[in-house]
Design a protein around this ligand. Structure first.
Ligand SMILES: *Cc1c(COP(=O)(O)O)cnc(C)c1O
Length: 401
C-alpha cells in the first residue's frame, strides 16, 4: 500500500468529511509541494491563496522560528510588538489612515467587519442591513454564511442570522434596489473568488462608492482572497479608483500561518471600544511575525509586479487554449488570480491537470481557478503552461490526433 493510500484511509476514518481530498501533502518548497510518496506537483492553488510568497520561504521560516523561540502567545491583555508593527504596516499600505483589528481567519475577519458595521449603524440611525452579492463568498460562520449569497453552502443551516440583502454583482441598479432605510453597508469582493473569479468593473466599484457616499453607507471590501498582492496591488480595491471604509484580510496575510485582519479608515478607527470585540489568538506574535516577513518578501522580491507580468503570461496561454477548444469560453481575473470558464464540468480538467503534475482549483461549477504563488519564475510557469495545454488536450483533444 502506498503511503498516500494508507494516510487517506486513516483520514477518512477519523476526520469529518467536509472535504474530499485525494493528495496527501508532506512538504512544500517554492511553487511545488511533495506528496507522501515523494511525487512533486506544481501547486497552482497556493494552499487556496495562502502561499503568495511560495512554500518554505527562508525569510518567513526564519521569522517564525525566531519568534517562536521568544514567545508564541501572550493574550491581548498585553501588547506584542510584531502585531503592533504589522498593524502599522497595514495602515500604511492601505493609505486609509485608520486602525486594525486582528483575528485568525477570513470568516472571523468578515464577522468582525459585520459587527463593526452594525455597531456603527446602531449609533447612526439604527441601521443594520448589509447588502452582499450573489456568487460572493465571505466564510462559513453563521453570519458570514448568511452574507454568502450561494444556496449550496447555506443548505441545512437555517435559521441563518438576518440582516443581509442580496444584489447582483456588477449591476448597480440591483444594488440601489436592495438599499433601504435599514441599510448600513455594502460588502463585496473586488474580484469574486470562490464564486467564479469575476472582477468588479471599474464603473461598478465607483458606483458602489458613490452610492455609499450618497446614502451614508459603509463600503466593505472582502480582500481575504484578492489581498496581499494576488491581483498585482496590495489589495484588490487598489486596482480601482475608490477607497473602502473597511476591508478584511486573511489567507495570504500570515505567509502560511493563520491570521486575519480588519482594516478601517479613520472615521471607523474607534468604533470598537474596550470589551466590544475580542479574539484570544488575534494578532498572535508568531503569526504576526510571519505576516511582517511576508510583506517584506513581497516588497523585496517585487511580487506585485510579478503578479502582473506572470499573470499576463498565464492569461495569454489560457486565452490561446480558449481559441483552441469550443468548450472553453473565456479567461477572466486579475494578476495571478485567473479563471478559465468552461462550458460544462470542470472536474475532468482539474483531474487531468493533477495527472500532469499540477494542482488547480475550481470556482463554482464552471470555472477552473489558477492561484499560483507570486514568486513563480518564468521557466516554471512555462513548464506549467505546457502541462495545462497537455491536460486540456487529454480532456478535449483526444479525437484530433
Ligand atoms: C476564503 C475566503 C473567506 C473565508 O476565509 P476562512 O479563512 O476560510 O474563514 C472569506 N472571504 C473570501 C473572499 C475568501 O476567499
Amino acid at each position: 500500500m502506498s503511503k498516500t493510500t494508507e494516510i487517506l484511509e486513516a483520514y477518512r476514518k477519523s476526520v469529518m468529511g467536509t472535504y474530499s481530498p485525494s493528495v496527501v501533502v508532506a512538504s512544500g518548497k517554492g511553487v511545488t509541494v511533495r506528496d507522501a510518496d515523494g511525487l512533486i506537483l506544481y501547486d497552482f492553488t497556493s494552499g487556496i491563496g495562502v502561499q503568495n510568497a511560495g512554500y518554505s520561504h527562508p525569510k518567513i521560516v526564519k521569522a517564525i522560528q525566531d519568534q517562536a523561540a521568544l514567545i508564541t502567545h501572550c493574550s491581548n491583555l498585553f501588547v506584542n510588538e510584531p502585531a503592533t508593527r504589522l498593524a502599522e504596516k497595514l495602515v500604511e499600505l492601505s493609505g486609509l489612515g485608520g486602525k486594525v483589528f486582528f483575528c485568525n481567519s477570513g470568516a472571523e475577519a468578515n464577522e468582525g467587519a459585520i459587527k463593526l458595521a452594525r455597531r456603527w449603524g446602531a449609533a447612526n440611525g439604527g441601521r443594520y442591513e448589509i447588502v452582499t452579492f450573489r456568487q460572493g463568498f465571505h466564510g462559513r460562520t453563521l453570519a458570514t454564511l448568511s452574507a454568502t449569497a450561494q444556496g449550496w453552502c447555506q443548505e441545512g443551516y437555517d435559521p441563518l442570522p438576518v440582516g443581509f440583502v442580496y444584489a447582483d454583482y456588477n449591476d448597480l441598479e440591483s444594488v440601489k434596489a436592495a438599499v433601504s432605510d435599514k441599510t448600513v453597508a455594502i460588502m463585496l469582493e473586488a474580484v469574486q473568488g470562490e464564486g467564479g473569479v469575476t472582477p468588479a468593473t471599474p464603473e461598478f466599484m465607483r458606483g458602489v462608492r458613490e452610492l455609499c457616499d450618497e446614502k451614508n453607507l459603509l463600503m466593505i471590501c472582502d480582500e481575504v482572497q484578492s489581498g496581499m498582492g494576488r491581483t498585482g496591488k496590495w489589495f484588490g480595491w487598489q486596482n480601482y479608483d475608490v477607497q473602502p471604509d473597511l476591508f478584511t484580510l486573511a489567507k495570504a496575510l500570515g505567509g502560511g500561518l493563520p491570521i486575519g485582519a480588519l482594516v478601517s479608515n479613520k472615521r471607523l478607527a474607534d468604533v470598537f471600544t474596550p470589551g466590544s470585540h475580542a479574539s484570544t489568538f488575534g494578532g498572535n506574535p508568531v503569526a504576526a511575525a510571519a505576516g511582517l516577513a511576508t510583506i517584506e518578501v513581497i516588497e523585496e522580491e517585487g511580487l506585485l509586479e510579478k503578479a502582473v507580468s506572470r499573470g499576463e503570461l498565464l492569461r495569454e496561454a489560457l486565452a490561446a487554449e480558449v481559441d483552441k477548444y469550443d468548450q472553453l469560453l473565456e479567461v477572466r481575473g486579475m494578476g495571478l488570480m485567473l479563471g478559465l470558464v468552461v462550458d460544462g464540468d470542470t472536474k475532468p480538467i482539474v483531474q487531468a491537470l493533477q495527472d500532469q503534475g499540477l494542482l488547480a482549483l475550481t470556482a463554482g461549477p464552471h470555472v477552473v481557478r489558477f492561484l499560483p504563488p507570486l514568486v513563480i519564475e518564468e521557466s516554471d510557469l512555462e513548464e506549467a503552461i505546457d502541462m495545462i495545454s497537455d491536460a486540456l488536450d487529454c480532456v478535449y483533444g483526444s479525437g484530433e490526433e
